[in-house]
Design a protein around this ligand. Structure first.
Ligand code: SF4
Length: 498
């Protein structure tokens, strides 16, 4: 139950939220009837039409054009397994064409869990007494950060509950603490943030401390479902406030934004069209679409029966379809696959879904990294993780599959964000930077943190393979990359990037 001060904070904010909604400065972009009729119209797609769309999606990989709602409605209605195989093959190809064969690695960092909202599916909801909720002090946060940099992480997604104790000022102090952390070669170079929708002035302050990508997931685009699962009278209950959160963030200067859906709340086909309309709206308004798309699935959580009883729970089979269609639909976007999924499925989805970013060595209890030996602390988590391998184990697996593990953050520090980043991703030239900087950051990992097994495969197979790729595709930087690798090894230089 909420305390009096929390109720008052929420009430005061709700008044301002509703005022904003009454004078919303952005055009409506999502109409239920458009999505429903589009899905209905294409219930029976013919083979030639599907093959045409797959061809178009491949062509779009070098122009950055998104598929249309009609195209996506055709794809989600495909039933022929052979056609799905062609879709998976195209998804993998598009990913390799745009980003190369690298996987960017990050850690989720749950900074605070108290929340004034009461979302039916969430372990952190205010009405759930079975999960213990707390916000880290800055000192505790530093301990978490040290645990992360000491295993080699460089990129975070910092997660905050919606609560007076974790308001935008707390977010700012936490991000500053992340950038200040140093331990030998260990440091955080990119702090992305997943937090509740804010007001314009609050976004400006959060932007000023240098956050990376700002994520808000709509959870479900289906308004009646949204209203049922997010009680009226809570901040999260305001659908439009959340729907336009990324618009407000972009207009406040945060030029990399991440969208997502919690799959399992409603029909996944509908949600994919919701994501597409949302991405189109951002492109239209700002000329910059989503930097990333995430697709978490509903997972079991303590004291949360809905999480296992939803009528829309997504099977592994459909999950693979979702990830692949996202890649075809929006070729330039970063595609984030999390440790909610089991290792075997993750392997398959990387290959067939066109994934570009993954978390590894994740712990999602608040304070969980300083207690690394516990894979789960269920009474302190929002949900349960399925992949609890260490960062090093995960990297070994990636290497055995031939991928380049990357901790690259160069783009952001070289000004390749927002409108500067988009042309590179849309014309599929960004991979030249991705592979080059991926090699350099992987070399850092090998020198500073890797186990013997990872060091061996990294030095003998992964780095030579990707240097060969650089020699063939971007010979102009090959000399510089080799020189930087050498400087790291011999002179202990770090953070070298192009
Ligand atoms: S889903 Fe987010 S907003 Fe809803 S109760 Fe959980 S932490 Fe709060």
């Amino acid at each position: 139950m909420l305390k009096q001060a929390e109720i008052l904070w929420q009430r005061e904010r709700l008044t301002r939220v509703r005022e904003w909604q009454d004078h919303r400065p952005y055009a409506e972009f999502l109409k239920d009837e458009n999505i429903q009729s589009c899905l209905c119209r294409h219930r029976l797609a013919d083979r030639a039409q599907v093959e045409d769309i797959i061809r178009k999606a491949r062509d779009n990989a070098t122009t950055g054009t998104m598929l249309s709602p009609d195209d996506v409605a055709v794809l989600v209605n495909v039933e022929d397994p052979q056609l799905w195989e062609s879709i998976y093959e195209a998804a993998g190809w598009i990913k390799r064409t745009v980003y190369g064969n690298r996987i960017v690695l990050f850690a989720p960092l749950y900074v605070s869990s108290p929340c004034v909202n009461d979302c039916t599916y969430c372990g952190f909801r205010s009405g759930n007494p079975e999960v213990h909720k707390r916000s880290l002090t800055i000192e505790e946060l530093r301990r978490e950060l040290l645990a992360l940099v000491d295993v080699g992480h460089k990129r975070l997604i910092m997660v905050f509950g919606e609560h007076p104790a974790s308001d935008h000022e707390y977010i700012c102090r936490s991000v500053e603490a992340a950038y200040q952390i140093k331990n030998g070669p260990g440091e955080i170079r990119r702090a992305n943030v997943n937090a509740a929708p804010l007001f314009d002035s609050e976004y400006k302050e959060v932007h000023a401390v240098g956050i990376g990508t700002y994520q808000v997931f709509q959870e479900t685009y289906h308004r009646p479902t949204y209203e049922r699962l997010h009680p009226k009278g809570t901040l999260k209950g305001e659908y439009d406030w959340r729907l336009y959160a990324l618009h407000r963030a972009q207009s406040a200067g945060i030029d990399d934004v991440g969208m997502g859906v919690l799959f399992g709340l409603y029909d996944w086909r509908y949600e994919l069209l919701g994501l597409l309309y949302h991405a189109m709206a951002l492109e239209k308004e700002f000329g910059v679409g989503p930097h990333t798309i995430s697709y978490p699935r509903l997972e079991p959580a303590e004291g949360t029966p809905f999480a296992t009883r939803s009528p829309w729970i997504v099977s592994d089979h459909d999950f693979l379809k979702i990830v692949a269609v996202i890649r075809l639909m929006c070729p330039y976007t970063g595609s984030i696959l999390t440790a909610r999924e089991k290792p075997d499925l993750r392997r398959q989805v990387i290959r067939q879904g066109g994934v570009s970013q993954m978390d590894a060595g994740s712990r999602i209890a608040v304070g969980g990294y300083s207690q690394m030996e516990h894979a789960h602390l269920p009474d302190r988590q929002q949900f349960l993780l399925a992949d609890t391998r260490s960062l090093d184990e995960f990297i070994l697996d990636l290497c055995q599959e031939g991928y380049l593990p990357s901790f690259c953050t160069a783009g952001y520090r070289e000004g390749r964000t927002g409108a500067n980043f988009m042309p590179l991703a849309k014309h599929a030239t960004v991979k030249n930077f991705c592979i080059a900087n991926g090699i350099l950051t992987f070399q850092e990992y090998l020198l500073d943190y890797a186990s013997e097994a990872v060091r061996k495969i990294g030095r003998e197979r992964i780095i030579p393979n990707y240097l060969e790729w650089i020699d063939a595709q971007v010979p102009a930087v090959a000399g510089r990359i080799r020189e930087n690798l050498n400087r790291m090894e011999v002179h202990t230089n770090r953070d070298l990037h192009i």
